[in-house]
Design a protein. Structure first.
Length: 117
């Protein structure tokens, strides 16, 4: 079995630490107008014997630089304002060398779209 959990992310350039079960998948990222916060929805297996690891997420505005090692997750947009909030998973450069393709976590399908110039 599996379920989807909702997590509120800090939007003040501080990282949010989430304890996520192995095999998790990020399914949605959205700016929730009523709370004026960015939320992340994560699908996780319910098997209690799967390991849990800490993952750090960072929310930044447009034009704010982030380290090359950080992995883009998605963008949440304020529908009534000019702001966009970009969500990154904090990845240390040393972790990139150890990561394998199986260890990568898929992002929401709509974030895979790229516009050509």
């Amino acid at each position: 079995m599996k379920t989807i959990h909702q997590y509120q992310l800090a939007s003040d350039k501080h990282t949010t630490s989430l304890a996520l079960r192995e095999g998790f998948r990020i399914v949605r990222c959205e700016y929730v107008l009523a709370q004026k916060r960015v939320y992340l929805w994560v699908e996780e297996p319910l098997k209690i014997d799967l390991p849990v690891t800490e993952h750090q997420f960072l929310v930044v505005g447009s034009g704010v630089p982030v380290p090359v090692s950080h992995r883009y997750i998605d963008t949440a947009i304020d529908p009534f304002g000019p702001e966009a909030f970009h969500v990154y998973e904090v990845v240390q450069a040393s972790d990139l060398q150890e990561a394998s393709p199986e260890g990568q976590h898929p992002t929401p399908a709509h974030s895979e779209l790229r516009l050509s110039a």
